[in-house]
Design a protein around this ligand. Structure first.
Ligand SMILES: CCCCCCCCCCCCCCCCCCC/C=C/C(=O)SCCNC(=O)CCNC(=O)[C@H](O)C(C)(C)COP(=O)(O)OP(=O)(O)OC[C@H]1O[C@@H](n2cnc3c(N)ncnc32)[C@H](O)[C@@H]1OP(=O)(O)O
Ligand SMILES: Cc1cc2nc3c(=O)[nH]c(=O)nc-3n(C[C@H](O)[C@H](O)[C@H](O)COP(=O)(O)OP(=O)(O)OC[C@H]3O[C@@H](n4cnc5c(N)ncnc54)[C@H](O)[C@@H]3O)c2cc1C
Length: 680
C-alpha cells in the first residue's frame, strides 16, 4: 500500500549505497500507510514535518555527531556535551526557537543527557511550581535565558527515598532575616544531583527548616553555588563530581556541602509555605505539595519510556530483517532471523509495548495538565490520584523498557554486544530511570497504599463511587467471575482482555488487604503488618498499572475509530493492542491461574492466539518501526541504519577505534615482542 505522503528521508550517517533489498521489499509490502501512522504518533502532519526539520538539522550538524562518543574519555565526553549545550543555545537564537516546545523538540533531537537537563526539567519547574509571583519574576528570566544554570539538590549521601530523613538544615536567623544552610554530618552531603558537580551556578536545595529550634519539615531554597564571574564555588560551599558511574558520562552528577552558608529570607521558595520576617511559619495547603516537581518528572519519564523502547525495537527489528542465519533446508536461501518465531516472540511484544506506552504517555500528560489547572485554583484533591498513578506507571514503564532494551540487545546476537549497535549505551543510560525520581519499588508501595486505602473505603461503604481507573475496586463481585475466553477468537475481545487485567488487580488488592488484616490479627500493629506484605504490594502496583496501560490503549483505539482513522491503521493498532494484552497475561500466567480465573481451557487458545498475532505482525514489522520515524542520528546504531547497510556501517565505524590508528599494537615492544619468535 502506498503512503499518503512521502516521508522526509532521514539524514543518514550510515554508509551510502543501495539500500538492503530485504528492507526495501518489506517496506513495499506494508499493509498500512506508514506515513499516516507517523502522523498519528506525533500529532499530525504539520507537527511531524516540524519535528523532522529539527531532527534533520541536528543530524546533519557536526557538533551533534555521536559516532565519536565511544572513543572519548569521561572528561572529553563532558566537554563535548558542553559544546553541544553552547551550540543548542546558538541554534535557538539563529532559528528563533524560543518557545518551550521548540526547545524541547531540539533537545529531544540532540538526544543526549546534556548537563542542562536538570535545569530545564527540574530547576525551572520548581521555580514555576514553588516560587511566589515575585520569586518567579526574579529567577525565571535569568534561568530561561541561561544567565544562571541550576539543578535540583535533594538526595543526600545518607538518604534519597526517605525525604523526611534528609539532614541538610536551613535555620532561620530572625536577627538578619536569613537562613543558615548547613550540612551537619557526612551523610548530609548532597549526592547525585545532575549537573551539580561542575556545571550549575545555582540550585534548589531541599533542607529541613528550623525556626527557633522548631522543626518545620523539608522545604526548597534557592542557593547560589558558584561565582558568576569565574565559576569558583562561593564561600562555605564544597562542590564536585561524584566520580565514575555505570554510564551517564556526559552528566556531572555532583556532591555539595554547606558550611553555615547564609541566604536571604526570600530565597526560600514560598508559594505554599511561608516564613515571615518575624519567623512566623505558615504551613502549606497540602503536606506534600513541595514534592510536585518529582510528580512532574515522573510524568515526563513515563512519556519517554515509549520512545526509548521504540528505538531499541527499531534497531533490533531492522537488523533482524537484514541478518540471515541458516537455510531451513539445505540448498535453500538462508532465513532472515526475523522469520524465526522465537525472534518474533522476543521483539513483537516489545514493539506492541512501545505503542502501548505511547498512549499511556498521552494519558498521563492529560492527567498532569488537569492536575496543574486544579493546583492553580488551590484545588489539591487530585494530588493523591496523580501521585499514586504516576508512581506506579513510572515504575512499570521504566522496568519494562529497561528489560526490553536488554532483550533487543540479546536478540541481535554478537553484534548486539558491540557498542556500535547503540544498544549497550541506550541500556546503560536508561536504566537509572528505574531508580531516579523515586526507586521503582518504593514508588510501587505508594500506589499499593493508595489502592488498599480505596479498597478499604469501598468495602466499608458499599455504593461509594471511585475515580475511573480504580472504580473496579468497588466491585468485589468481580472476584467471583471467571474468564470465558475459551476460543482464540474470544481472546481478541477487548472487554474480555480488560476483564482479566481488572480481575487480577482486584484479586491481588483483596489478597493484600486480607493479609494485612490477618497480620494485624496475629498481633502486629499496622506498620509491621504492612512490612509483612511488601513484596505483594509491588505485585499489586504492577497489576493495576498494567490495567491502566491496557485500558488507555483500548480507549485510544476506540477514540481513533470514532474520529474516522482509516481501517488499515486501526487494524494494525488493534493487532498490537491484542498482542500487548495477551503477551502480558502469558508472561504472568501464574497470577491468573493461581485463583482459578483461567484454566488450561483458556490457556491453550491464548497461546495459539499469540502465535497468530506474531504471524500477523511479521509482514508489517519493519513498517511499524519505520513509523516511529527515527533518524539514524537518533538511533546511533550501525545495526539500525535506515538503509540497512549494516555490515558496511559496522566495518566503517570500527575503523575509528583508536587501536586501529597504528598497525602495530601499542605495548607490542614492551609486552609481546620479548616472548615472540624472532623470525620464522
Ligand atoms: C508532564 C509531561 C511534561 C512534558 C514536558 C516536559 C519537558 C521537560 C524536559 C525535561 C528534560 C529533562 C531530562 C532529565 C532526565 C532525567 C534526569 C533525572 C533526574 C533525577 C532527579 C531525581 O532523582 S530528584 C530526587 C527524586 N527523589 C525521589 O523521588 C524520592 C522518593 N521519595 C518520595 O517521593 C517520598 O519520600 C515517598 C513517596 C517515598 C514517601 O514520602 P514521605 O516519607 O514523606 O511520606 P509518607 O510515606 O509519610 O507519606 C505521607 C503521605 O503523603 C503521600 N505522598 C508522598 N509523596 C507524595 C507526593 N509526591 N504527592 C502526593 N502525596 C504524596 C503518601 O502517599 C502518604 O499518603 P497517605 O494517604 O498518608 O498514605
Ligand atoms: C543517574 C541518577 C541521577 C540522579 N539525579 C538526581 C538529581 O538530580 N537530584 C536528586 O536529588 N537526586 C538524584 N538522584 C538520586 C535518586 O533520586 C535516588 O537515588 C533515588 O530516589 C533512590 O533513592 P536511594 O538512592 O536513597 O535508594 P534507597 O532508598 O537507599 O534504595 C535502596 C534499596 O532499598 C529499598 N528500599 C528503600 N526504602 C525501602 C522501604 N521503605 N521499604 C522497602 N524497601 C526499601 C529500595 O527498593 C532499593 O532496593 C539521581 C540518581 C541517579 C542514579
Amino acid at each position: 500500500m502506498s503512503s499518503s505522503s512521502k516521508p522526509n528521508l532521514p539524514v543518514t550517517n550510515a554508509v551510502n549505497g543501495p539500500p538492503n533489498a530485504d528492507l526495501v521489499r518489506e517496506r513495499g509490502a506494508a499493509s498500512f500507510p506508514v506515513r499516516d501512522l507517523t502522523y498519528l504518533v506525533y500529532g499530525g502532519q504539520e507537527r511531524t514535518e516540524h519535528l523532522e526539520r529539527i531532527a534533520n538539522m541536528v543530524a546533519s550538524d557536526p557538533v551533534f555527531r555521536k559516532t565519536d562518543r565511544f572513543f572519548l574519555s569521561r572528561t572529553e565526553q563532558y566537554r563535548r556535551s558542553l559544546e553541544k549545550v553552547r551550540h543548542y543555545k546558538e541554534l535557538i537564537a539563529k532559528h528563533n526557537l524560543h518557545s518551550e516546545l521548540d526547545q524541547q523538540d531540539l533537545r529531544q533531537a540532540i538526544d543526549e543527557d546534556l548537563p542542562i537537563g536538570l535545569h530545564v526539567g527540574m530547576f525551572i519547574p520548581t521555580i514555576v511550581g514553588q516560587g511566589t509571583d515575585e520569586q518567579q519574576k526574579k529567577w525565571l528570566p535569568l534561568a530561561r535565558a541561561y544567565k544562571i544554570i541550576g539543578t535540583y539538590a535533594q538526595t543526600e549521601l545518607g538518604h534519597g527515598s526517605f525525604i523526611r530523613g534528609l539532614e541538610t538544615v536551613a535555620t532561620y536567623d530572625k536577627s538578619t532575616q536569613e537562613f543558615v544552610l548547613n550540612s551537619p554530618t557526612l551523610t548530609a552531603t548532597k549526592w547525585w544531583p545532575g549537573a551539580l558537580g561542575k556545571t550549575s551556578t545555582h540550585c534548589v536545595v531541599f533542607a529541613r527548616l528550623v525556626i527557633s529550634d522548631r522543626e518545620c519539615g523539608v522545604h526548597p531554597f534557592m542557593v547560589q553555588l558558584r561565582s558568576l564571574e569565574n565559576h569558583e564555588p562561593l564561600k562555605g560551599i564544597t562542590v564536585g563530581d561524584i566520580g565514575p558511574k555505570f554510564a551517564y558520562e556526559t552528566m556531572d552528577n555532583g556532591f555539595l556541602r554547606f558550611d553555615h552558608v547564609r541566604i536571604p529570607r526570600d530565597h526560600m521558595l514560598m508559594r505554599f509555605a511561608q516564613v515571615a520576617a518575624d519567623g512566623t511559619y505558615s504551613t502549606p495547603p497540602h503536606s506534600k505539595v513541595s514534592y510536585a516537581t518529582m510528580v512532574f518528572m515522573r510524568a515526563y519519564i513515563i512519556g519517554t519510556a515509549s520512545s526509548t523502547l521504540a528505538k531499541a525495537v527499531t534497531i533490533a527489528v531492522r537488523y533482524s530483517c537484514v541478518r540471515k542465519q541458516f537455510p531451513l533446508r539445505s540448498g535453500e536461501p538462508e532465513q532472515q532471523i526475523l522469520n524465526y518465531q522465537n525472534q518474533q516472540a522476543a521483539l513483537f511484544p516489545l514493539l506492541a509495548t512501545a505503542y502501548a506506552f505511547h498512549f499511556t504517555g498521552n494519558y498521563i500528560r492529560q492527567m498532569y495538565s488537569d492536575f496543574v489547572r486544579g493546583m492553580r485554583a488551590q484545588d489539591f484533591s487530585v494530588l493523591p490520584e496523580m501521585h499514586a498513578t504516576s508512581a506506579g506507571l513510572k515504575s512499570l514503564t521504566t522496568w519494562i523498557a529497561s528489560a526490553g532494551i536488554e532483550t533487543c540487545r540479546a536478540s541481535c546476537g554478537g553484534h548486539g554486544y558491540s557498542k556500535l549497535s547503540g544498544l549497550p549505551s541506550l541500556y546503560a543510560n536508561y536504566i537509572p530511570a528505574c531508580t531516579y525520581e523515586g526507586d521503582n519499588t518504593v514508588m510501587c508501595f505508594q500506589l499499593a497504599r493508595y489502592l488498599l486505602k480505596l479498597y478499604g473505603k469501598a468495602q466499608a461503604k458499599p455504593g461509594l463511587r471511585l475515580p475511573g481507573n480504580v472504580s473496579y475496586l468497588e466491585k468485589s463481585t468481580l472476584l467471583d467471575e471467571r474468564c470465558d475466553a475459551s476460543t482464540e477468537e474470544l481472546w481478541l475481545d477487548p472487554a474480555r482482555q480488560l476483564h482479566a487485567y481488572r480481575n487480577r488487580a482486584l484479586r491481588l488488592v483483596a489478597n493484600c488487604a486480607n493479609r494485612l488484616v490477618a497480620e494485624m490479627q496475629k498481633g502486629k500493629d499496622e506498620v509491621l503488618a504492612v512490612e509483612a506484605i511488601k513484596s505483594d504490594m509491588v505485585k499489586v502496583a504492577k497489576a493495576h498499572s498494567y490495567y491502566v496501560v491496557l485500558n488507555n490503549f483500548v480507549n485510544a483505539i476506540e477514540q481513533l475509530r470514532a474520529s474516522g482513522t482509516s481501517t488499515p491503521i486501526l487494524r494494525v493498532l488493534k493487532t498490537l493492542c491484542d498482542l500487548f494484552a495477551l503477551h502480558f497475561i502469558q508472561a504472568d500466567l501464574g497470577d491468573f491461574l493461581e485463583y482459578g480465573y483461567l484454566s488450561s481451557l483458556h490457556t491453550e487458545p491464548l497461546h495459539a492466539q499469540i502465535r497468530r498475532l506474531l504471524e500477523a505482525i511479521r509482514p508489517d514489522a519493519v513498517a511499524l518501526v519505520d513509523a516511529f520515524n527515527f533518524t539514524d542520528h537518533a538511533l546511533g546504531s550501525a545495526l539500525g541504519v535506515h538503509n540497512g547497510r549494516v555490515y558496511e556501517t559496522l566495518f566503517e565505524w570500527a575503523q575509528q577505534e583508536p587501536l586501529n590508528k597504528t598497525q602495530v599494537a601499542p605495548g607490542y615492544h614492551e609486552y609481546i615482542k620479548p616472548f615472540l619468535l624472532a623470525k620464522m
